[in-house]
Ligand binder design. Structure first.
Ligand code: ZN
Length: 364
């Protein structure tokens, strides 16, 4: 044992006094878990319920805290098309949490209830239609986050997915993430607010994707500002085929004119260190936007430090449609006909990406 043994490690060591020295992964299992949120997602072809279970590891003095993992204890039973999920966790949901308010009942998911009476377990039941629905259970981990007070929060989602009986090929899922929102305005220039442009282009894209049979989830449809982790979580929980964050760009006011000219127009950001890097998708998106809107294009950006790109387990790209401070770009962005063209370009590029991926998959 290291000499800097702390109360935390001593406490954990006492728990295991009569057992062999456990591995780091074992230790995290002994920490108390709580259900901190229940999220629902209703798409055209599936309903998804995700139960967020968290535990906190006081990491000060713990050697290699990032080596820890957390696996919530839970079990699922199924009877007469009623799934019951029991999690060994306290609930920190508001006392009046009413599952019925979480969903609009659909042809697939017909009943959802949280049992508030159970003291030690969290229990959720979901009834679904037997005729045309399949139910699956998966777990999705959020990136571990070290807090300013030296604790690490581990979050795992227990995900219940109720989908239409598989069509062939299955419907692809797109998560669209309009950047910023609420008090986070994003870039502001030429009387334009980035958060509004992002939302409008995303809504227009959503409609096009839906018209073509895609399942689309939007991380916001109003002037709210979900956290960056929540935005990435949506893509992970839904096992989206792509996660597209829609933004518009800005540059410093004191940038010299020559540089302003260089950085006008469109680009896309990706993360080469991601589990599923999406450079090809980023390339297609930037090309299609530049060609459709006759915009200047500047080099793609590899940005592993950005939260939405390093917390998404699915191919993720941030699109910067145009450069708001650049007068020609701003003029274009201010007109809906061009925002509609941008949405169309985003759709076309994504379709190209899927057809290229399908070709590559067939060859391998
Ligand atoms: Zn932005």
């Amino acid at each position: 044992m290291p000499v800097f043994i702390s109360y935390v490690t001593m406490f954990i060591a006492i728990i295991f006094l009569f057992s062999p020295m456990p591995a780091a992964a074992e230790l995290a299992k002994t920490l108390p878990a709580s259900v901190v949120a229940v999220k629902t997602f209703q798409l055209d072809h599936k309903d998804v319920v995700a139960v967020a279970v968290e535990t906190r590891l006081p990491a000060a003095g713990v050697p290699d805290p990032l080596a820890y993992t957390f696996e919530p204890h839970y079990h699922i039973t199924e009877r007469n098309h009623i799934l019951t999920l029991t999690v060994a966790a306290q609930s920190t949901l508001p006392a009046d949490s009413n599952a019925a308010t979480l969903i609009n009942f659909s042809p697939r998911l017909t009943k959802l209830a949280i049992n508030p009476d159970s003291k030690n377990d969290f229990i959720l039941t979901a009834a679904y239609s037997s005729r045309n629905t399949t139910a699956t259970v998966t777990t999705v981990k959020r990136k571990r986050v070290m807090q300013p007070d030296d604790t690490i929060i581990f979050r795992t989602y227990l995900v219940l997915t109720f989908s239409d009986i598989l069509t062939s090929p299955p419907h692809k899922t797109i998560v669209l993430d309009p950047g910023h929102g609420g008090t986070a305005l994003g870039a502001t220039s030429n009387y334009l607010l980035e958060k509004e442009l992002n939302l409008d282009i995303s809504l227009l894209s959503r409609d096009i994707f839906r018209q073509h049979g895609y399942d689309v989830y939007m991380t916001r449809t109003d002037d709210s500002n979900p956290s960056l982790l929540d935005r990435a979580d949506a893509a992970n929980i839904l096992q989206a085929d792509v996660f597209l964050a829609i933004h518009n760009n800005s540059m410093p006011a004191d940038m010299p004119d020559a540089a302003r000219k260089l950085y006008r127009g469109t680009t896309a950001l990706y993360n080469s260190a991601a589990p599923k890097p999406a450079k090809e998708l980023a390339t297609l998106l930037a090309n299609e936007l530049a060609n459709t809107l006759h915009l200047h294009q500047y080099p793609l950006q590899d940005r592993p430090g950005l939260v939405v790109l390093n917390s998404s387990w699915v191919p993720a790209v941030i699109v910067e449609v145009a450069m708001m401070p650049y007068p020609q770009d701003a003029k274009m962005l201010s007109q809906r006909v061009y925002r509609q063209q941008a949405a169309q370009a985003i759709f076309q590029a994504t379709e190209k990406y899927f057809s290229v991926s399908a070709l590559t998959a067939r060859r391998n």
